[in-house]
Design a protein. Structure first.
Length: 367
């Protein structure tokens, strides 16, 4: 391996292009050192360092990527500081289409899964609806917030859109007409994320006021407020069956920097805590059963690490360190094998969940 690495180094040109230079098509295979930790059956935590080849595709964006979401089993949609929404085929490493129309950074993406339609929210205070099968022009615009839009989720039947902002308000929109149907405001409720509960009229919301709220979209009223946490709640996700939700928090030096599992049914109690990150946890997701042999949760953090947790016990099953990526901003399930992870410095990472030697996570591509 050392001999091969030396040959590669000598073959490199004198001038190396910037990571974010716009280049078409797949670039090249590279070797990457991955540091990760995993739990052994005997209870010990084993740390390993591997050097593996991975694909470096042409970058989707020319600046920090704020959010990534899956549109279908082949395509993802992302947005960031370059004010551009990008539909990308992560299997082939090619940009499918770029959408321009926002005046400031993209903050959130919500997709109508297995369709060609999706939504983007921005610091320009607006939300835009796009269609991959039509032109690059917006299909619909939603304007009503007075500050940056920081929450965005679409109803299970795709007829309604719920948005939230740092202006303390939630707005409920009719997707077909673009009309605002309901508005609600709670003092100091600086929205950080929204997530619609599957098959239910409820919307889950996290806030900078350190709370997690459950809203009833029928009238847009607070149905339940979970116990106030010690740190800002940055993100939330709901399980496929709609029975549980997870929220994650800000923090530094290991203080805060965690995630909490909640019961969404009648008791609505705290079920489990997940601790081990050292900086703000920016994103949390439930892993589908096809990805993990047990109920599991994944988190990504500003400490450059992605962790997989046993949902029931809170034990950390695996830690992958994406060195040099900067803070990790967003995490999404791509299909039954892969995850997508957005970052400040290295675009979007394609991560493969491997079961050959227990539950493992490794980076296989970056764009």
């Amino acid at each position: 391996m050392l001999r091969l690495r030396c040959r590669l180094k000598r073959a490199l040109p004198q001038k190396v292009p910037c990571r974010f230079c716009p280049v078409m098509g797949k670039l090249q295979s590279k070797f990457k050192h991955s540091t990760y930790k995993c739990s052994r059956p005997d209870g010990f935590i084993e740390e390993r360092i591997q050097t593996k080849a991975f694909q470096e595709y042409s970058p989707a964006h020319v600046d920090t990527v704020s959010v990534v979401a899956a549109l279908n089993s082949d395509l993802c949609v992302s947005g960031g500081k370059d004010k551009t929404v990008v539909a990308y085929n992560w299997r082939t490493g090619n940009v499918v289409k770029r959408f321009k129309g926002h005046e400031r950074e993209i903050t959130k993406i919500a997709c109508i899964y297995k369709s060609s339609q999706f939504f983007s929210a921005s610091r320009d205070k607006t939300v835009t609806m796009w269609d991959l099968q039509s032109s690059s022009q917006p299909r619909q615009r939603f304007s009503g917030h007075t500050m940056v839009v920081t929450g965005l989720t679409v109803s299970p039947d795709s007829s309604q859109l719920c948005t939230g902002s740092r202006d303390n308000t939630l707005l409920l929109w009719d997707v077909g007409t673009g009309r605002c149907a309901e508005s609600a405001s709670v003092s100091r409720n600086l929205v950080t994320h929204l997530c619609w509960v599957p098959r239910e009229p409820y919307v889950l919301q996290t806030s900078e006021d350190k709370t997690v709220r459950l809203w009833d979209s029928r009238g847009l009223q607070v149905a339940h407020t979970f116990p106030t946490q010690q740190h800002i709640q940055t993100h939330c996700a709901v399980s496929e069956d709609g029975h549980k939700c997870v929220s994650c928090s800000s923090g530094f030096g290991g203080e805060g920097c965690g995630a909490t599992l909640w019961d969404l049914r009648q008791t609505r109690n705290r079920i489990c805590e997940y601790r081990g990150h050292f900086q703000t946890v920016a994103s949390c997701i439930f892993l589908p059963r096809a990805l993990a042999s047990m109920p599991a949760i994944a988190t990504s953090s500003h400490d450059c690490k992605v962790k997989i947790w046993n949902q029931d016990t809170g034990a950390c099953l695996f830690t992958l360190s994406l060195d040099g990526s900067g803070p990790l901003t967003s995490l999404a399930v791509a299909d039954t094998i892969y995850l997508l992870c957005a970052s400040f410095s290295r675009g979007i990472h394609l991560l493969r969940v491997d079961h050959s030697q227990g539950l493992e996570l490794r980076e296989v591509a970056a764009f």
